[in-house]
Design a protein. Structure first.
Length: 112
């Protein structure tokens, strides 16, 4: 049945846009960043990075990132840098923060 093809909640990612009073765009992400959803994250960043020098990704609602998702987030970070935009992860969920600390990627994504 076609209804069975809908993504399951565990593989879902929603991204809302907000803008700080200073004009910095923020992607408010909820769900999981996986092989299936990472392209959505990359697409959202790519649509904004050429017009901005700073882009925030609020990951307070992202409780899981798999290895493919982590690789894609890193690739997205590099791509944004090439556009002259710093992609910074903020409000990182503790589970994801642990992963970033273990892989030593926290320094790049969190600016220090």
């Amino acid at each position: 049945m076609p209804g069975n093809l809908a993504p399951t909640p565990k593989n879902k990612l929603t991204i809302d846009h907000s803008v700080s009073p200073e004009g910095t765009p923020t992607l408010v992400c909820r769900g999981r960043i996986t092989m299936e959803t990472a392209i959505q994250f990359r697409s959202e960043v790519k649509s904004l990075s050429p017009q901005h020098t700073l882009l925030l990704a609020d990951l307070s609602g992202v409780d899981s990132v798999d290895s493919s998702g982590l690789g894609s987030v890193l690739g997205t970070y590099i791509s944004a840098k090439a556009d002259g935009c710093d992609l910074m992860l903020v409000n990182v969920h503790p589970h994801v923060k642990d992963l970033l600390n273990i892989t030593h990627l926290n320094r790049a994504f969190e600016g220090g």
